[in-house]
Design a protein around this ligand. Sequence first.
Ligand code: MRU
Length: 344
Amino acid sequence: MAVKTIEWRDDSVRMIDQRLLPSRETIRIYKDYRGVAEAIRTMVIRGAPAIGVAAAMGVALGLRGYAGARAKARFNVVAKALKATRPTAVNLAWAVDRMGRVLEANLSLDADRLFGRVRAEAIAIYKEDLEANHALGRFGAELLSDSSTVLTHCNAGALATAGYGTALGVVRAAKEAGKKIAVFADETRPFLQGSRLTAWELHKDKIPVTVIADNMAATVLRSGRIDCVIVGTDRTAANGDVANKIGTYPLAVMARRHKVPFYVAAPLSSIDLNCASGDQIPIEERSGLELTEFKGRQIAPKGVATFNPAFDVTPHELVTAIITERGVAFPPYKKSLKKLKERS
Ligand code: MRU
């Protein structure tokens, strides 16, 4: 994709404002960690790996000009602010903690050299995510037949990562391998990551994409037009339970009902072995205004009660395989995920 999701340039962080897509391609520039935290919180940037990269870059910005004990104290403040933005995607805390370990190991450096070191680490996290997506894309592509139609949910594409995408990375790699690939994209209520973002980036790349409303998925699966479902994940537990955008769980149930494989594309940074099962994954609840208003216009009675969880957990029994950059994990996931993670 020509448009970059996030970029470190001239010691500032640039992001495309995903809230405005597909109508406008606006680049936001942040020079301060507070701006980065606000960008994550307000969904200028979203998607688990992308917010991990953003948080790492935010830490680097936050540490500029600090050294020694002052840098340590500053890190605590910056890390707290960044971690408080969104709770479900483990990539965010993972990236912040990794930056913290680099700081610990370099406390003897002066401020300039320390900034250079943490900046290099944030850029490394960006590059590693890009490489992981290409690698998992290649593994995933092998699971697809020469002519495949994939159903996906939310946006697990270039916009949700450093680039290329996880679920859409598999689609892109299959296309690059010469396979004939088409995608059905759930629109993904209420934030519309599917119709706004997935459709936008696939359309831009000339990969055939058909948008459906979420409640049409069962009909499409029943019609026999879908060869497999591929989704991303915000956090996958040690037992293979998968937290992903709300609406993923019903999709997995429907896929099982129609005997369609249900694949999860997950970089190892999204797999959290500290969570034994999905029950331990914190699920973000968002403002009810996302349900009662549409583009600022009231669409439900003012004052009506709402419930707006941003993610759900798909039980591991419904997951056919988990595609990582180190290979494909099959059940039992407790064993296969541990093996892949320990190699990393
Ligand atoms: O609320 P969002 O848009 O950040 O949710 C994103 C998702 O649920 C994605 O599917 C997930 O982060 C995987 S992205 C590779």
